[in-house]
Design a protein around this ligand. Structure first.
Ligand code: NAI
Length: 398
């Protein structure tokens, strides 16, 4: 079928199998061009492995370190006349590239919050790998059904206390407008968001994996967090999602206790703001990202998810001397270039100036849009989007 982008707000309803495969290939080529990660992970479980930071973590581990990978994700398969989701095609492309390179790669498609998917994953590790030495936790979801109680939680993206008034952009049209986001109604909004995006599920995974004996001695696990600039604090770090991130970060202590007898270590890595399916859903953030891209590209320090994840493994988690640099709160930082004073000062200045009229000049809204469409396999010059493509693509291991 001929597949074109069909968007609804910050969601793209279609994905292109050849375009997404090219996106994966480009990421693999980047990692290959950078060389191997000495002392890198060898048997890796990635939870949330199909898009954004998760697929890039999987690629960096496999092609940077020769790792066998198991990926867990929740995606819609392709069917005749109905394209699959981007994460489905990404994973299909990844597995094929891994196979060609002689690397083990298998995937599990289902709800990672459930006990059933945890059990399936454990059984697969036992059968094929014995143990894993790295567990990447890269889930981003708007809802979670609690596996023990059956309660369904929905997260909210709201400030706490005061309404938040600021600028935002519709990245399709480039229209900059004022927005007021009302604060939470009750503590329940915070609790629900923590239940979805906090650390409990990460802890459940690590407990179950440990109890099943499928974690190697000295295992590492890493989950991803975000801080960002003051201007997004009300909606991000001091908002409901920030409370969930605090909870996630605090969970490293709990997991370190669980893993003590096998000398395991839990980390949180604070990553850079990037265009992903999840970040485009957060108000105000797309405008910030489009200004940030402009400044970081001008300075030659822009990175995408693959550059971030390669740097995380090579220069943070698997350094040659074995040392892992942490900030005062015990977190790994790969948002260090984003948070540089000169970068933030320039973004803050541009933020004040940004209007619909000057946006194309002073921001990289074009780069934002391009990245957004690339996530779904669109906007690649190499692909002929008027040509028929086979939408039914299978993931070899599923
Ligand atoms: P994403 O939306 O691209 O990826 C989310 C992944 O989770 C996908 O693989 C999806 O299939 C999987 N997933 C969602 N619900 C699932 C479920 N119930 N069961 C199994 N898999 C499920 O998101 P992104 O942006 O890569 O986020 C990953 C992590 O990185 C999140 O913790 C996010 O907060 C964090 N982060 C994101 C930043 C950004 O700017 N995008 C910046 C810093 C941190």
């Amino acid at each position: 079928m001929i597949i074109k982008p069909r968007t609804r707000g910050f969601i793209c309803l279609t994905a292109h199998p050849e375009g997404t495969a090219l996106n994966i290939k480009n990421q693999i080529d980047y990692v290959r061009s950078k060389g191997t990660i000495a002392n890198g992970p060898k048997k890796v479980l990635v939870i949330g492995a199909s898009t954004g930071f998760g697929i890039s973590s999987r690629i960096a581990a496999a092609f940077g370190s020769g790792a066998a990978t198991i990926g867990v994700f929740f995606e819609k398969p392709a069917a005749e006349g109905k394209p699959g989701t981007a994460g489905w095609y990404n994973s299909a492309a990844f597995e094929k590239e891994a196979q060609n390179a002689g690397l083990y790669a298998k995937s599990i498609n289902g709800d990672a919050f459930s006990d059933e998917i945890k059990k399936q994953t454990i059984d697969l590790i036992k059968k094929d790998l014995g143990t894993v030495d790295l567990v990447v936790y890269s889930l981003a979801s708007p809802r979670r059904t609690h596996p023990k109680t059956g309660v369904a939680y929905a997260s909210v993206l709201k400030p706490i206390g005061q309404p938040f008034e600021n600028k935002t952009v519709d990245f399709h049209s480039g229209v900059v407008s004022d927005i007021t986001i009302n604060p939470i109604d009750s503590q329940e909004d915070i609790d629900n968001t923590i239940a979805v995006m906090g650390g409990e599920d990460w802890k459940f995974w690590m407990e179950d994996l440990h109890n099943a004996g499928v974690l190697a001695d000295n295992v590492k696990t890493v989950a991803y967090s975000y801080i960002g600039p003051e201007l997004t604090f009300p909606i991000y770090r001091n908002g409901t999602i920030g409370q969930a991130k605090n909870d996630l970060e605090a969970t490293t202590g709990t997991i370190n206790n669980i893993l003590k007898d096998i000398n395991g270590q839990a980390f949180v890595s604070v990553n850079k703001a990037l265009v992903t399916q999840s970040s485009s859903a957060i108000p105000v953030v797309p405008l910030y990202i489009s200004l940030l891209y402009k400044v970081m590209k001008q300075k030659g320090i822009h990175e995408g998810t693959i550059e971030q994840m390669y740097r995380l493994f090579k220069e943070r988690m698997y350094t040659e001397n074995g040392e892992i640099a942490l900030d005062n709160e015990g977190r790994i930082r790969v948002d260090d270039w984003e948070m540089r004073d000169d970068v933030q000062a320039e973004v803050a200045q541009l933020w004040k100036e940004a209007t619909t009229e000057n946006l194309e000049q002073i921001s990289d809204i074009e780069g934002y849009r391009n990245d957004f469409f690339n996530l779904f396999g669109f906007n690649f010059n190499e692909i002929n989007y008027d040509a028929d493509t086979n939408e039914v693509v299978n993931i070899p291991s599923i």
